[in-house]
Design a protein. Structure first.
Length: 738
RNA sequence: GCGCGCUUAGCUCAGUUGGUAGAGCAACGCUUUUACACAGCGAAGGUCGCAGGUUCGAGUCCUGCAGCGCGCACCA
């Protein structure tokens, strides 16, 4: 029959997934209803980190899907009420720029030409189309996601959750609007959070200028027009003669000015001359100094990077052009002391493909991470109900006291390090696509609520929220919060009880590169809104690189396309190649050779099945009354493997579980047990024959079960051909019991 | 500057509480009587980055050094 040909994943996979999906058993309620899972069984839940709607599946997605699907399929087979919830992310800024790009390419128009409404319409259309692509790709990996609970960050329930979360945090005083220095991207015309800023090293000339009796150093002469405060350390003996508040008249770029001496500990005496002038409007540290001493500041550069009238003759010029001209002018005035051309500066850029960040003072919305609040009802270990703490402390304690375990554990240190350096989170963005800030203004009135206030003349804040704000709610906005927050009941079926049944989720599995962006924000949001951790375990996977260890990128042409690999070698092969040899937190070097190797393994399993089926004549062999010592020994080796593999999965050592199974199946089962069985099967000893048939069949059947989480397709396909199996392998009980 | 990793066979990596080094791939030899050539059998390949220390015993624990990588950082 079909086993006579080599295993062909292409024909098998589509059919297997269809059968599994149509069974409805990806939905835990269905599993209970059909009697595969006990109604009072423990739950196990994972929410899928939602892929970008506009994207296509990349190999990093493939990795995350495999890890999660293995855990999910395993727990389902172990009898847990197992939920894996799918979704997609609107990825505000990334999506909008993509659509804007297309708009410009095809129609030579900008968003301002077509307006907010029209742009949003086009984005909706675009995301609808791409959504289907990404979903079909998720399925091709074999992901046993409960599609009946599919969520999208911009759909109605999620939108409502975002509004509600904002309003509650605003009420608690943890969201405020303030004039602060922010990371402004002049190219994209929006603020970005600290996490989105990427620092790029760049050789930049470092200029030393005469500033009255001092020498000051800078890489940014174009900001210096408004500098009228000169700051030095109070303990710097070189500048003892100058006192705080002292005024000096000196010659500067556009003529004589009066400068004021400021003494502040923030100055590092070792750097440059130990003296600097400050530009509070365009530098974070300068802003802090100015705030501390109550100094005034003036904007020098506008939102597009153009110099303002304060620059005198340079007004209206872009900073990039102005810089050399300003240096030239200072030089001609004899104020340039020297230029260091070997200085390496770190330039802040917007990592989302934006421009060079220009710090600006702007009125924006922030989440206060250092402001204490009272947590009414806390289920987080280490945090007592009714205690007062800051969001920063909440995020730290949730991990410190063991409420959340991060794997590998060295990332806990990375997490703490980030928390210790944390500043208020700027959440407003000046883009159109996203969750709009639920605040309305009328004259001097400000209203914050989930719905438009009554009465005429209210104008909604035009900004949208950082996409990670809504992502932070993901573990519970997908489970019915806030609509069913009060009524959800544990033990009852149905999505309206999900919050009680499945939150906190068991595991969050994601890449270490979004530990701060996302993982930390989820802990913050879940902690504040539910008094709970969002997940008990964080499993961080590494980056998938090419065979040489380089990052995959279009320009290098080294991208491994998971869909193409599935077409060539099958999803099972791709899955194994992403698991074996991949430890959490470590980058994985993936080459096509590896994937090919595991295709051979799928075929090996196929042939083992063929051999066993041929020799058992299409029947399930019965268990012999007694088993010979040799047979017992064989079964014992297998049992040991099963027990080890089970332990490895429980401890999240998936790479080891998979490798042990691979090794057992190929080098024990195929190379030894089957080889040795041939002698017996050809022999005349009837009892020995029926015993070996039983052993072969048992091991094959149990191997299919244990391999199933790792290789769902080939195992399900073979299992369906075993005599007497009417149910799907995905809901068969796990063969090893503790 | 602060922090976190990595360094083990040609390549990619395992090595869970310290007990005389493992796997996959590649390469080499043999085998087309075999469930499977998408295969089998066999052989080869490592002073576990370097230097100290703890220990009866160190790839594993401690200290220092070197090389590589990454993260964070408002150094003018």
């Amino acid at each position: 029959e079909k086993f006579l040909k080599p295993y062909n994943p292409k024909t098998a996979e589509e059919e297997v997934y269809r059968r599994e999906e149509e069974s409805g058993l990806f939905n835990p309620d269905k599993c209970v209803e059909k009697g595969f899972t006990k109604a009072d069984a423990l739950t196990f839940s994972i929410v899928l980190p939602p892929p970008n709607v506009t994207g296509t599946l990349h190999v990093g997605h493939a990795l995350m899907l495999v890890v999660q699907d293995i855990l999910i399929r395993y727990k389902r087979m172990r009898g847990f009420r197992t939920l894996w919830l799918p979704g997609t992310d609107s990825a505000a800024i990334a999506t909008q720029s993509k659509v804007e790009e297309i708009l410009y390419k095809e129609e030579k128009k900008t968003r301002h030409d077509i307006g907010r409404e029209e742009l949003l319409k086009r984005i909706d259309k675009f995301t609808e189309e791409s959504k289907a692509i990404i979903i079909s790709q998720l399925k091709r990996m074999g992901s046993s996601l409960d599609w009946s609970r599919y969520a999208y960050t911009m759909d109605e329930p999620r939108y409502l959750a975002v509004m509600e979360a904002f309003v509650r945090m605003h009420k608690a005083g943890l969201i405020y609007r303030g004039d602060r220095i922010v990371n402004w991207d002049p190219k994209m015309q929006t603020t970005v959070s600290d996490e989105e800023v990427e620092r790029v090293e760049q050789k930049t000339p470092f200029y030393y200028f005469k500033y009255g009796p001092f020498t000051i150093g800078t890489v940014r002469p174009e900001t210096k027009f408004g500098d009228k405060y000169v700051v030095m350390h109070p303990n710097d003996d070189r500048y003892k003669e100058y006192s705080h508040g002292q005024q000096l008249n000196l010659e500067w770029i556009n003529g004589p000015i009066t400068a004021t001496v400021i003494k502040d500990e923030a100055i590092d005496m070792e750097v440059g001359s130990g003296v600097m002038t400050i530009t509070p409007a365009h530098s974070g540290i300068d802003f802090e100094i100015a705030k501390k001493h109550g100094l005034d500041s003036e904007q020098v550069i506008d939102e597009k990077g153009i110099l303002l009238p304060i620059a005198g003759e340079f007004a209206g010029v872009h900073i990039k052009k102005a810089r050399p001209a300003i240096v030239e002018k200072l030089k001609s005035k004899g104020l340039l002391v020297k230029t260091d051309n070997n200085y390496v500066n770190t330039v802040a850029t917007n990592s989302r493909g934006g421009g060079i960040i220009e710090p600006q003072i702007k009125r924006q919305w922030f989440v206060a991470v250092n402001k204490p609040f009272v947590i009414e009802d806390s289920k987080i270990p280490g945090i007592a109900s009714g205690s007062s703490l800051t969001l920063r402390e909440l995020m730290r304690k949730a991990v410190e006291a063991g409420g959340i375990k991060i794997m590998p554990d060295n990332f806990e240190k990375v997490y703490y390090h980030w928390i210790d350096n944390l500043h208020d989170w700027c959440i407003s963005r000046q883009i159109w696509f996203g969750h709009r800030i639920p605040v309305w203004y009328r004259d001097q009135e400000v209203y914050c609520g989930t719905k438009t206030p009554e009465g005429a003349g209210w104008e909604q804040d035009s900004d949208t929220l950082d996409t990670w704000f809504s992502s932070g709610l993901w573990t519970f906005s997908t489970l019915g919060w806030p609509s069913f927050a009060e009524t959800a009941t544990e033990g009852r079926p149905g999505p309206e009880n999900d919050l009680a049944n499945y939150h906190p989720t068991a595991v969050l599995e994601t890449g270490y590169d979004i530990l701060f962006f996302w993982v930390a924000r989820m802990i913050l949001m879940s902690g504040f809104h539910l008094g709970e951790v969002p997940f008990k375990t964080v499993y961080l996977h590494g980056l998938v690189r090419d065979g040489k260890g380089q990052k995959m990128s279009k320009s290098l042409g080294n991208i491994i396309d998971p869909v193409e690999m599935i077409d060539k070698y099958g999803a099972d092969a791709l899955r194994l190649s992403l698991i074996i040899g991949n430890t959490p937190g470590m980058d994985l070097k993936l080459s096509e050779d590896r994937i090919r190797g595991y295709k051979n393994f799928a075929n090996k399993i196929w042939n083992i099945a063929r051999f066993v089926l041929e020799n058992t004549e299409g029947r399930t062999p019965e268990k012999p009354e007694s088993i010979s010592p040799a047979g017992e020994e064989t079964l014992k080796i297998f049992k040991t493997t099963l027990s080890e593999v089970t332990g490895d999965i429980e401890e999240y050592r998936l790479y080891m579980a998979a490798e042990k199974l691979y090794h057992f199946v190929w080098h024990e089962f195929a190379d030894k047990i089957i080889e040795e069985s041939k002698k017996i099967l050809r022999g005349e000893d009837i009892e020995a024959k029926s015993e070996i048939k039983y052993i072969l069949y048992t091991i094959l059947s149990d191997c299919l079960m244990t391999l199933h989480p790792f290789m769902p397709f080939v195992t399900e396909e073979i299992y369906s051909s075993l005599p007497g199996n009417k149910n799907l392998l995905m809901v068969s009980p796990w063969p090893h019991k503790e």
